[in-house]
Design a protein. Structure first.
Lengths: 201, 201
DNA sequence: GCGAAAACTGACCACGTGGTAGGTTCTTGG
DNA sequence: CCAAGAACCTACCACGTGGTCAGTTTTCGC
């Protein structure tokens, strides 16, 4: 899972990246509370004291794991300045769902941590509140553009549908993780979008 | 020894029930791994050794908390032998969603534990796999009856829609727990059902 | 190749964990 | 009212936790 990190840059940065990789994998597999710094450190090839030289504490590690993942995803989805059409963005979103089926660990990370983070005292609580607000905003904008651009224009509430779509994807992930053979996330999302009158590819 | 005296039942059974109540509340608030037997015991008014006199271990406690909740819910929903019409069952399901908005703790329990339970080694893994299969079966049967009984009959795949509906509810719960003011679960479910051509009350 | 800074280690700490053992107190059927 | 047994507590165990610290090794710009 941990691919060979390129041997460039300062040693510390490489180690840091290795730690983040390991933390991502282990948090994904077992959640936040169930994984220890020693587990992560061992997986990354150092001691837990060495790990704490790079990160001030466990919570900080979590936040940085989540943030890094968002950066990667953000690049894949393209920024708002890229001249991508709404249709292309929709297709990208659907492929992202399909691609997620190749990385159950990462999907598990978000399902587990977002569950734990419902507790307002959880280190990632604020992160997830902000994340969902951002996701809802982006999805509503995209859906609004698609509804408006359809022929004939579709009469749906973009905000309501955005909530539904995000909830659908999240819920599908939970079921798919528990019972992968019984759930085809991509197909379910496409079915949902077609019911709305959209044509994802 | 007759009926609803506050002091009914053997002492042990009352304590046992109190422990299950406490465990339910604390697991709901913080998940499985993050809660200790001492937390639960203190909340129930005894020591953790006293708790272990009633339950053989932490995992057993979890399973029994989940099972008891299913029994309660099952009674509310009515069995298959009650002569309830599909329409009435649908209305009951919708009210159940609304009622859940009054018990965020219990909702949190399922969201958190089902996330953790994606790990095949988790004590509740099998429980959740079975639970979702049962839910999908029940929902598909109900939806099938509704589609068939509609005028004119609706052309949807009951299995696919069942998966979607369950996923929608689960995903809504995650978002609602994080940000209650931003999500109206009941409204979102009703919107979804209406899009299908159903008329929940 | 030198020396300072960065990376890393091993030992340690205080504490919390699930679980156990044995004794004490309380309930309850007779 | 009285034993028997259930209920419960105190004390303890071995272990794992996140985190600290002083010291050692490694890296890397000069």
């Amino acid at each position: 899972m941990t691919e060979p990190t390129p041997r460039r840059g300062r040693k510390g940065e490489r180690t840091r990246a290795r730690i983040l990789d390991s933390a991502t994998e282990l948090f994904s597999r077992s959640g936040f509370h169930a994984v220890s710094l020693r587990d992560i450190a061992a997986h990354a090839g150092l001691t837990h004291a060495g790990l704490l030289h790079h990160f001030p504490g466990k919570e900080s590690l979590l936040i940085q794991v989540l943030s890094r993942r968002d950066e990667v995803d953000g690049e894949l989805m393209g920024g708002p300045d890229d001249g991508l059409s709404p249709q292309e963005l929709l297709d990208r979103a659907v492929s992202q769902v399909a691609r997620n089926m190749g990385t159950p660990g990462l999907v598990g990370l978000y399902v587990k941590i977002s569950g734990e983070a419902a507790d307002p005292g959880h280190p990632a609580h604020d992160y997830f509140v902000q994340r969902y607000r951002r996701l809802r905003r982006q999805a509503a904008w995209l859906l609004g553009a698609l509804f408006e651009g359809a022929t004939p224009p579709l009469d749906h509430d973009p905000d309501a549908v955005a909530r539904q779509l995000i909830a659908l994807v999240d819920g599908l992930q939970t079921q798919w993780l528990l019972d992968p053979d019984q759930v085809d996330m991509r197909a379910a999302v496409i079915t949902f979008l077609k019911q709305l009158g959209l044509q994802p590819r």
